[in-house]
Design a protein around this ligand. Structure first.
Ligand code: NAD
Ligand code: AKB
Length: 309
């Protein structure tokens, strides 16, 4: 069956690359990008759309004969701690709109990302299992945890085909990250090239799960292509590649740029990072739909520096 895809929040760190990859596979005109922000250049269909405007989302889906939606519009962890009510409203309202349209049958398949932020300080930090204690302490994490439970509820009670991944921090060079706690791991590359120095807002030993964007995009597309009977987790899947700290990332960058230096000035984001897992166990994704990452820390750093000049 021919796919017609709508991406909500397509102008962000993930959307910028996901739109391109989906268009390469399904065709440029089959993928409608949308965002609050109107881009300067678009190479395919684009609609200015507020993901919290239910009537506008419905009309775009009906007019575009869309059957699959990727909901990427959200407020990330650091910004949502500063704007808690706004973050909650955006993250939850946009999800409910899509889940209700899927319940009606207007959306046939829905993708909605969760995050390692769905876990909290009482979660086991090393080898965090698929099913474990989840007591998130950030607004963003609470919205992700609640969102996961709503996805599972709509699937079990209304047969909604909603699929989700708990992304780790994502590293990419195409678009800047949008206000998260793991953003340092992108900014460090740009500052290393520009100034040869980076001041990290996280402590040197802050170990967090991370992934290179090409793996995250491939995971998303593989999850969406997997036969429905293979998708056993209808909340969200743990997803992992590698973990590092600012110090170990800096050491890896130094192998390419020997004069690079780093110092540390932790801010409010340290408490957020300290509440998250350090190493994720993603056995369920690996066995249910055969997930396998390709980039490790060394390959990611080499590729980032090859692209950021
Ligand atoms: P981003 O902040 O880079 O992009 C979000 C996009 O949504 C922006 O282009 C913004 O303009 C748009 N947007 C905001 N409000 C909107 C609205 N009302 N209507 C339409 N568009 C709106 O975020 P991202 O990094 O691309 O993340 C996408 C999703 O993946 C989010 O749900 C995020 O929680 C999740 N996620 C991201 C990461 C990561 O490291 N990037 C990790 C885990 C989970
Ligand atoms: C953030 O730091 O908020 C995101 C995430 C891990 O969900 N990158």
């Amino acid at each position: 069956m021919e796919k017609r895809i709508l991406i909500l929040g397509a102008g962000g760190q993930i959307g910028t690359e996901l739109v391109q990859s989906l268009r390469e596979v399904y065709g440029q005109d089959q993928v409608i990008a949308s965002d609050l922000k109107v881009p300067e250049h678009t190479e395919g269909p684009f609609v200015a759309l507020d993901a919290t405007d239910g009537a506008a989302v419905r009309k775009t889906i009906e007019d575009g004969k869309v059957d699959q939606v990727y909901l990427l519009a959200a407020m990330l962890s650091a910004t949502a701690e500063k704007l808690p009510r706004k973050g909650w409203d955006l993250n939850m309202d946009s999800l409910f709109i899509c889940l209700e349209l899927a319940k009606e049958g207007l959306i046939r398949k829905l993708y909605w990302p969760s995050s390692i932020a769905a876990f909290g300080p009482t979660t086991p930090k090393m080898g965090t299992p698929q099913h474990t204690i989840a007591e998130p302490t950030t607004v963003y994490g609470i919205s992700k945890f609640a969102g996961e439970r709503w996805c599972a509820w709509y699937h079990h009670n209304h047969g909604v085909d909603v699929r989700s991944l708990r992304y780790p921090g994502l590293i990419s060079y195409t678009a800047p990250p949008g206000g998260g706690t793991t953003d340092y791991a992108v900014d460090i590359f740009h500052q290393a090239r520009k100034k040869g120095h980076y001041t990290s807002f996280l402590r040197s030993d802050t170990l967090l799960p991370m992934m290179y964007m090409p793996d995250a995009i491939r995971a998303t597309m593989e999850l969406m292509e997997a036969p429905a009977e293979q998708i056993k987790q209808r909340g969200s899947y743990n997803l992992a590649a590698f973990s590092f700290s600012p110090e170990s990332l800096a050491q890896e960058i130094k192998k390419h740029l020997p004069d690079f230096t780093i110092d540390y000035a932790p801010d409010f984001r340290q408490a957020i990072a300290d509440s998250w897992p350090q190493v994720i166990n993603d056995e369920a994704a690996r066995s249910d739909w055969h997930w396998a990452h390709r980039y490790d820390l060394e390959a990611m750093v080499a590729d980032m520096l090859a692209h950021i000049k």
